[in-house]
Design a binder for this molecule. Structure first.
Ligand SMILES: [Zn+2]
Ligand SMILES: [Zn+2]
Ligand SMILES: [Zn+2]
Length: 358
């Protein structure tokens, strides 16, 4: 796919027109637009937006919100894949991202602070903030031993610093950090600021098929498996897998998860080759086993009630049979899952490390 640069003005007009259409048409048109733009859409920073970013600069806020929600829908239904872009802190009062972060007094919350060096007198070992040593001619007098300190590094040193509040004049080691909202003025300790994850979206293989077919796959069976195949859709498979992980945690019923990282000799052949792979996996598995999509080149196979030893036999058999298909390379690995919350990250890491030989 090549990334084409669309005329931004006509694109905004197009998107604005979309806002008036029905959800299904809107979402399909979005997929087509993303396909046309090279397969992905990333946010841009936007000072004037409440959250600090937009997907389409120049698009009115209402249409922006509507289409952003559509992309969330498309991601939840496997047409788009989320990619983490960044995280913003927001004001809990008004939701704005325009925050002034600064250090404040731990007592009175004033930002009128100064930092003072802490001195160490070598002769007697006394350590105190600089203010405790009174100025005497061209030196400072040590309040403990009464001697005068003259040369930094020779008779005394700086061992750290303390913060003094000019408003209430207490001193302390670590100031607090607080956010003041530029928009509504609310002040919030930084650790209590709500955070928002910002995502970019990339078209999945399913999303590309839908864009090309001109329809979303939302017939009853199509909601579960990918069109024309026995492969569970990503969200469906992960839901099933989550059940196995929980059963395993609660009742120690074993299961095996196998990841297949695939590579094809040429992009032109990939669809046909993947269909062959799915057939071969299907022939190899038992009725109770399930396979599903993880990403464009990653397929997962789940063997319920199967321990490591049994799982290893199947993994080996799958690797052998898939490798025998022309123009296909495969790495088959068993993936250990420690908890259902870490599941997706663990699969992504394991598949990311599995690279077929070129
Ligand atoms: Zn203070
Ligand atoms: Zn001293
Ligand atoms: Zn605010």
């Amino acid at each position: 796919m090549d990334a084409r640069t669309a005329d931004p003005k006509s694109e905004i007009e197009f998107l604005n027109g979309l806002a008036a259409r029905r959800p299904r048409e809107r979402r399909l048109a979005l997929l087509l637009l993303i396909l046309y733009r090279g397969g992905q859409i990333m946010p841009s920073w936007a000072l004037e937006s409440l959250t600090g970013f937009v997907y389409w600069p120049g698009l009115p806020a209402r249409a922006q919100e509507l289409l952003t929600a559509d992309m969330e829908y498309l991601a939840a239904n496997d047409y788009l894949h989320r990619e983490h872009f960044d995280r913003v802190h927001r004001c809990p009062g008004c939701g704005s991202h325009l925050l002034n972060l600064r250090e404040v007094c731990v007592e009175c919350a004033s930002s009128n602070l100064e930092s003072l060096p802490v001195l160490h007198h070598f002769r007697c070992g006394y350590v105190a903030p600089i203010g405790d040593f009174e100025s005497r001619g061209n030196g400072r007098e040590c309040p403990k031993c009464g001697h005068t300190m003259r040369n930094l590094g020779t008779d005394h040193e700086i061992v750290g610093e303390q913060v003094r509040c000019r408003s209430c004049s207490i001193t302390f080691d670590e100031p607090a950090v607080e956010a003041a909202c530029f928009r509504c003025g609310q002040k919030t300790p930084v650790e209590q600021l709500p955070q928002l994850d910002i995502w970019g979206f990339r078209l999945t293989a399913l999303g590309q098929s839908a864009a090309k077919a001109g329809r979303l796959f939302d017939e009853e069976d199509e909601r579960i498996v990918e069109p024309g195949s026995a492969l569970y859709r990503r969200s469906v498979f992960l839901k099933l897998l989550r059940d196995d992980v929980r059963l395993n945690a609660r009742y120690h019923i074993p299961f095996t998860l196998i990841g297949l990282r695939l590579a094809y000799r040429s992009g032109v052949l990939r669809e046909a080759c993947e269909a062959r792979v799915i057939d071969v996996v299907n022939e190899t598995l038992r009725n109770v086993d399930q396979m599903g999509r993880f990403d464009d080149d990653g397929i997962l196979v789940k063997l319920p009630a199967t321990d490591q030893e049994g799982g290893e036999v199947v993994r080996h058999r799958l690797a052998e049979r898939i490798a025998a298909i022309d123009d296909v390379q495969v790495v088959a690995i068993r993936i250990a899952i420690t908890s259902d919350s870490a599941m997706e990250a663990e699969i992504a890491r394991a598949l990311g490390e599995a690279n077929p030989e070129p």
